[in-house]
Design a protein around this ligand. Structure first.
Ligand SMILES: [Zn+2]
Length: 64
């Protein structure tokens, strides 16, 4: 698991939920925006690339 998605049902102004990178088994506290398809987010700690499709998959099933 590299990405966790939390749907914020109670937060109407920020509907759509938040994405959190799971870095080396630890869920990061800071939420991430969905990156563009051309520029995946590269984690400076573990070096993994978080691609846009990973975010979309996480949105569908809660993790990717
Ligand atoms: Zn990482």
């Amino acid at each position: 698991m590299i990405l966790k998605y939390e749907n914020e049902i109670l937060d109407e102004e920020n509907a759509g939920g938040h994405f959190y990178h799971v870095c080396q088994g630890v869920v990061q506290e800071k939420g991430l925006p969905i990156p563009s398809a051309e520029e995946p987010y590269e984690c400076p700690d573990c070096g993994i690339d978080l691609e846009q499709e990973d975010f979309l998959l996480a949105q569908q099933r809660g993790w990717s």
